[in-house]
Design a protein around this ligand. Structure first.
Ligand code: SF4
Ligand code: SF4
Ligand code: SF4
Length: 298
């Protein structure tokens, strides 16, 4: 079996406040984990900062699934997540391998795949003999048996920050390395609603239509600029104003995402509302050449 019920409950008890879990919830969790039909999700981390996991933990919604606890309790059987699960080391590896051997799981990948030195610059785990496996090997192996591969964040979707600049580890996207079609949920980090939306579609057995970059068209078909409330306003020349940020480096006209409508931090605000130019974090070319902001001469 994936994570033992005892271990999973131990984790949920420890993280009950963060996950919004009460005593009744933990009892329900026991029932859900006893359901052999519960979909299994494996979440691997490659070259990443874990920011997309943190973003996922910020998820709160008014309808089902309502928060990460609800998702973990009622919608998925999270068999492996190196940040969230209670076990570490060999027991964690064995949990992943047990789910892997059964196949037919949803594989969520956070982080790019380091390919330099045959991948020997990113190691997710070691087996019972102490033999380590590269992330390159692990993600290739796990993607091959997955029912669906979801890339959480721009690192796994397109290479992102690990692939920027001189890219000394030759970091690449999951799709480029495995050759497998992936549902790409980019963003640095990805919005929790985007990721949860994709997982729910998959768990409900619904098809996800994507663009040529693997992004769901339901989420990434409109430009940030098209729905920006600052469109048509005079262009600002210094940060902190209320005008258009185009002359300060805003990439909204070239960036596809529903941030103006979705907003961030539980719909509190978003980049441009906070007077920061859009830096194009959902685009395949992100982060591109720095700096993110432009400052007019003089
Ligand atoms: S996409 Fe950004 S936030 Fe997510 S893991 Fe990569 S660097 Fe971190
Ligand atoms: S701030 Fe950016 S996204 Fe908004 S109107 Fe100006 S260029 Fe477009
Ligand atoms: S507004 Fe631009 S930089 Fe900000 S989250 Fe959306 S796509 Fe990323």
């Amino acid at each position: 079996m994936p994570i033992s019920r005892r271990d999973f409950l131990k984790y949920c008890s420890a993280a009950a406040a963060a996950l919004g879990l009460g005593g009744t919830d933990l009892l329900r969790l026991e029932q859900v984990l006893a359901d052999p039909t519960a979909p299994t999700v494996l979440w691997l981390h490659g070259s990443s900062c874990s920011g997309c996991s943190v973003s996922f933990l910020n998820y709160i919604a008014g309808s089902d699934p309502t928060d990460p606890g609800d998702i973990l309790l009622n919608h998925v059987n999270l068999a492996y997540h190196p940040v969230l699960m209670a076990p570490a080391g060999l027991p964690a590896y064995q949990a992943a391998e047990a789910a892997y051997s059964l196949g037919n799981y949803v594989l969520v990948v956070e982080g790019a795949v380091a390919t330099q030195f045959s991948g020997r610059c990113c190691w997710p785990w070691a087996d019972g003999t102490g033999t380590e496996e590269t992330f390159l090997s692990a993600v290739t192996r796990y993607a091959a048996k997955a029912a669906q591969v979801v890339c959480a964040g721009s690192c796994s979707a397109f290479g992102g920050i690990p692939a920027a600049g001189s890219n000394p580890t030759l970091a690449r996207s999951v799709r480029a390395v495995t050759g497998k079609p992936t549902i790409n949920i980019p963003g640095c980090p990805c919005h929790p609603n985007w990721l949860v939306w994709a997982l729910v579609q998959i768990l409900l057995g619904k098809g996800i239509s994507t663009d040529s970059s693997g992004r769901p068209t339901a989420l990434f078909s409109s430009k940030v600029h098209s729905n920006c409330p600052r469109r048509g306003k005079p262009k600002d020349t210094v940060l902190g104003g209320s005008g258009c940020l185009r002359d300060l480096g805003c990439r909204g006209p070239d960036t596809q995402a529903n941030c103006p409508a979705q907003k961030w931090n539980n719909a509190q605000s978003w980049c441009i509302e906070a007077s920061a130019p859009c830096y194009g974090c959902t685009e395949p070319g992100f982060p591109g050449s720095s700096p993110f902001y432009k400052f007019p001469a003089g």
